[in-house]
Design a protein around this ligand. Structure first.
Ligand SMILES: Cc1cc2nc3c(=O)[nH]c(=O)nc-3n(C[C@H](O)[C@H](O)[C@H](O)COP(=O)(O)OP(=O)(O)OC[C@H]3O[C@@H](n4cnc5c(N)ncnc54)[C@H](O)[C@@H]3O)c2cc1C
Ligand code: SF4
Length: 553
């Protein structure tokens, strides 16, 4: 077996999202200010920076303000579309009720925020990072954490390229690269693959609640020009999930630059009915008269899906381990009622960067960066997350109407400084499904090909591509479980929760059912890794560069 080459860096960062790029930039800014040498590299599994980024996005600019105080005076795409109007609709099947602003606390009003494609913002950040000397390697997936003989993290290795499905080496085989570092930052976003391993290895979640998630399904539409109001932002709650007991979530409509609107629907993965399909809920949501009216005369141009952290403050694990740290949504700094994680990703990244820079300057390496969690403890970010920490569990416990009302009261009282004397718990998403014989199957309408679509034509718009002859990256701990357990218990829910139609059960009609995995269609949303009832599916990185090629999501 050929030896892997290794390259030494001061800091290696896994993931070129807002967290990874902000950490890289801050490290280099600190080095420049101190006149110090510091080598930083960022690995990105997408074919280019932004190719795997999917978000809303309405962005709280506090992260950008701290990173580049003058960003508004540059060509930064975030500056193009300030939010000008903010609405919150409560939907019934045919009607909408516009929630008065005065009913919701000010931090939900989107004052001073901006709407943008997060991918385009990441590409801009990548440009700034490279100007500062950061080395960014797109198309390289970090596949393995490397440990030294004391069990401390000493780096990561990228996956081998050119391995066939049966494990043999093809003519273009190249062994992975080892990237050694004094500190490794995991910035993989929600449900990172290496993050999962590190959390388990160092038991980082022992004092935290389980992380819980939603699956966000997004479409980008070119709107009829007369319907486009740049800066208008709408959130919806209620229908269609009100039709299915035990489910929660909501939609967004963000009018962005270039005559486009970002629309999407998040279904919390705590849903209980195994017949629920988040993809079809999103399609159904578009048929509401208020959403249909907006989209009529427009054209869908892109599609994608990605999970979002819903656990909030109580689900953030221990942030450091010997030799590195979790930053951004790898740790889970997302404010759920505000649906905002970008600023938290950036702010946490800068705190970690400062801790690592100071440690390296002091001659340290591979130890724990205690200054990072200490900085978070005293931060405005922690205060912001604390205020909303009970919202998700309250809505799950009491349902959409009563739960929203109760959590509204809690947010108001917390806003005025009256701290709720308890923090509610979470239940893991893989453990919430009811047996199929205890629930009603859901009959979703057929797509019309104009407003609503099927999964395969949708995945086509995500430009997803994987080298077909490679080991399947959706691994099963026990290959028998889908047919012997999931099918009789839950009618194998993977057939419905996967937004890309990767999982199928074929041959049921002949009495010989088989579980099929169309791995090449995977859009890397991570839902299967979370929702599979026995945690039998383990998502691992495929060859670097594979996956969606989102233009501007
Ligand atoms: C549907 C949806 C809507 C959202 N709406 C908003 C919003 O309106 N406003 C807002 O502020 N936030 C929003 N968020 C949250 C926001 O997108 C995240 O908080 C933010 O993107 C987190 O940044 P990150 O850098 O931690 O992770 P990510 O943005 O997820 O970036 C992680 C990067 O790491 C790469 N990566 C992962 N694993 C590896 C690996 N092993 N090797 C190499 N590369 C790897 C990925 O390809 C990706 O590019 C939304 C999220 C979703 C899913
Ligand atoms: S296979 Fe898993 S990660 Fe891939 S698109 Fe389907 S649910 Fe998402």
């Amino acid at each position: 077996m050929p030896e892997r080459e290794s390259m030494p860096y001061d800091v290696v960062i896994v993931g070129a999202g807002p967290a990874g790029l902000s950490a890289a930039i801050r490290l280099k800014q600190l080095a420049t200010d101190a006149g110090a040498e510091l080598s930083v590299c960022v690995l990105e599994k997408g074919s280019e920076v932004g190719a795997h980024i999917l978000s809303g996005a309405v962005i709280d600019p506090t992260g950008m303000d701290e990173l580049f105080p003058d960003w508004r005076d540059t060509d930064c795409p975030l500056a193009v579309t300030p939010v000008t109007e903010n609405y919150h609709w409560v939907l019934t099947k045919k009607r909408k009720f516009n929630l008065p602003h005065l009913w919701t606390p000010p931090f939900l009003h989107n004052k001073g925020t901006y709407t943008v494609s997060l991918a385009s913002l990441c590409r801009w950040l990548a440009g700034r990072a490279e100007e500062l000397g950061v080395e960014i390697f797109p198309g390289f997936a970090a596949a393995e954490v490397l440990f030294d003989d004391q069990g401390r993290v000493k780096g990561v290795a990228t996956g081998d390229m050119g391995v066939a499905r049966d494990g043999t080496h093809k003519h273009d085989y190249q062994p992975g690269l080892e990237l050694h570092a004094k500190y490794v930052f995991l910035a993989e976003g929600a449900r990172g693959h290496l993050t999962k391993e590190i959390i388990r290895t160092f038991d980082l979640a022992r004092d935290a609640q389980p992380q819980v998630y939603g699956i966000g399904i997004k479409e980008l539409w070119d709107l009829a020009p007369e319907k486009h109001v740049p800066g208008r932002v709408v959130h919806t709650q209620g229908w269609p999930l009100t039709e299915t007991d035990g489910s929660n979530g909501g939609g967004w409509i963000y009018h962005q630059a270039n005559g486009q609107v970002s629309i999407g629907f998040v279904t919390w993965l705590s849903y209980t009915n195994p017949y629920l399909s988040p993809f079809h809920e999103m399609q159904r949501w578009k048929t509401h008269p208020a959403v249909r009216d907006l989209l009529e005369g427009g054209k869908r141009v892109s599609y994608g899906a990605r999970v979002i952290n819903d656990g909030g403050l109580q689900s953030i694990p221990k942030l450091t381990f010997p030799g590195g740290a979790l930053i951004g949504c790898s740790a889970g700094f997302l404010n759920v009622p505000r649906i905002k994680g970008t600023h938290g990703a950036q702010l946490s990244a800068m705190m970690a960067a400062k801790a690592a820079f100071d440690a390296i300057q002091a001659g340290r390496e591979h130890d724990e960066l205690h200054a990072y969690p200490e900085a978070f403890e005293g931060s405005a970010l922690k205060k912001e997350l604390s205020i909303v920490r009970n919202v998700v569990p309250t809505v799950k416990k009491w349902g959409d109407s009563l739960g929203s009302a109760l959590s509204g009261v809690m947010m108001w009282t917390e806003h005025f400084g009256l701290k709720t004397p308890f923090t509610m718990k979470h239940h893991p998403d893989h453990d919430t499904l009811w047996r199929k014989d205890l629930v009603k199957p859901i009959d979703y309408p057929k797509p019309d090909g104009v407003l609503t679509f099927d999964r395969l034509s949708s995945v086509f718009l995500s430009n997803t591509n994987h080298e077909e002859d490679q080991p399947v990256h959706l691994t099963l701990r026990d290959p028998a479980v889908p047919i012997e357990y999931d099918l009789p218990m839950f009618d194998e829910p993977a057939q419905r929760y996967c937004p890309a139609g990767v999982y199928e059960v074929v041959g049921e009609e002949t009495g010989d059912p088989k579980f099929v995995i169309n791995a090449q269609n995977c859009v890397h949303c991570k839902t299967c890794d979370i929702k599979d009832p026995l945690q039998n599916i383990n998502w691992v990185v495929p060859e670097g560069g594979g996956g969606p090629n989102y233009p501007n999501m």
